[in-house]
Design a protein around this ligand. Structure first.
Ligand code: ADP
Ligand code: MG
Length: 368
């Protein structure tokens, strides 16, 4: 769908992108990770010509975006939608007007047509009730979901996301990630710059690690996160630490799990309370997950960068959704110990098997 060749961008004497080459196929979900200041935003901005590349070529559906004079650049650019960290909604327009203005002004749609489709899109991102609200009345997560609906209103063939959750309160990250995940399921082609590593791992078909203006390494999520080949990638992804435990039956060894996990936590100066919460959740949730139908994988991930502890449980789909069926006191603990709680059906990237996945991010009470 898009071919990028020898893309370069300099600002004065500063080379920000140095020979970027990549092909993007229809339906791909590509995450871009890497240290800040390495040109990730500049890359997205060059891709849709918000910045003019210094040299190189960008070919969309066989048409060269940069050199050929006869090409209708605005039409080609319209194939790409962009979602920014800072939402960029029009503050003086209502949510629905924000979603309608593009189709009316640029696609020549009637007001009625634009509003009908706009409401559909707002419903899709869970924002139909807020159609008449002004952006100032919305939470950060709602603003970003409105921005995604606005982007969709232009019928883009690909959406570029530049750290869509970085400006959000931790409690609102998951509502935005869920919308992006739903788009991925519908087959939307997307390029997502993100610091949310577990999201990048779960949602992407391909991960690009960018460093110092080049795509330093790329691969499947497993290749990049579990088995990076090059030094700088390894250093970057290993800042996120993993603890993995497999529960095969009801007779699993809770004491061994606890002891191993305690060791893991001691290494990262997690507070006694966080450790207690994490162990309690594992123990109590495992009591209400049908065991013996296949392995249940328990992951804890600690991110040095964010200082957060994530807990992930993968189980066979035959269990169906389990959190809803848990007793109220267990549910109460889950929601009081965690800032985000998600459960959804997914494909396990390691073996392509369908799984039911629970993702929790624990409140962090870190000691330093
Ligand atoms: P990232 O998104 O990976 O954090 P950016 O693409 O935002 O990185 O920036 C890469 C480098 O380019 C940084 O050193 C930044 O200061 C520089 N840069 C970005 N935009 C401009 C600009 N408009 N003018 C000058 N320098 C810029
Ligand atoms: Mg950036």
């Amino acid at each position: 769908m898009i071919q990028i060749r020898n893309l370069k961008k300099t600002f004065g004497s500063l080379t920000v992108l140095n020979d970027v080459n990549i092909d993007i196929k229809r339906g791909e979900v590509i995450s871009i990770i890497g240290p800040s200041g390495t040109g990730k935003s500049t890359f997205l901005r060059c891709l849709n010509l918000l910045e003019e590349p210094t040299s190189g070529s960008i070919i969309i559906d066989g048409e060269e975006l940069l050199s050929d004079q006869k090409v209708d650049a605005p039409r080609l650019r319209r194939k790409m939608g962009m979602v920014f960290q800072s939402f960029n909604l029009f503050d003086h327009l209502s949510v629905l007007e924000n979603v309608c203005i593009g189709p009316i002004k640029l696609l020549g749609k009637s007001k009625i047509e634009a509003a009908q489709r706009g409401l559909k899109l707002l419903k899709m991102v869970g924002m139909k009730e807020k159609a008449r609200s002004m952006p100032a009345e919305l939470s950060g997560g709602q603003k970003q979901r409105a921005a995604i609906a606005r982007c969709l209103s232009m019928n883009p063939e690909i959406i570029l996301f530049d750290e869509p959750t970085s400006a959000l309160d931790p409690t609102m990250v998951s509502e935005v990630l869920s919308v992006i995940r739903a788009l991925a399921k519908q087959g939307m082609t997307m390029v997502i710059v993100t610091h949310e590593m577990s999201f990048a791992r779960n949602v992407s078909t391909r991960v690009l690690y960018m460093d110092q203006g080049v795509i330093y390494e790329q691969g499947t999520p497993e290749e990049i996160f579990d088995n990076p080949q090059r030094e700088r990638t390894r250093v970057f992804v290993n800042r996120i630490r993993d603890f993995h435990y497999v529960v095969q039956s009801e007779d699993y060894d809770l004491y061994a799990l606890e002891a191993e996990f305690q060791q893991f936590c001691n290494k990262y100066f997690l507070s006694e309370q966080t450790v207690q919460h994490a162990v309690t959740l594992a123990e109590e949730m495992l009591q209400h997950i049908p065991l013996g139908h296949g392995d249940v994988h328990l992951y804890y991930r600690y991110s040095e960068k964010n200082g957060t502890l994530d807990m992930e449980i993968l189980m066979p789909t035959s269990t169906g959704p389990v959190i809803e069926k848990m007793p109220p006191e267990v549910k109460a603990k889950i929601y009081s110990f965690c800032t985000t709680v998600e459960e959804y059906e997914d494909v396990d990237v390691r073996d392509g098997v369908h799984v039911n996945r629970i993702c929790l991010e624990l409140h962090n009470t870190q000691l330093k």
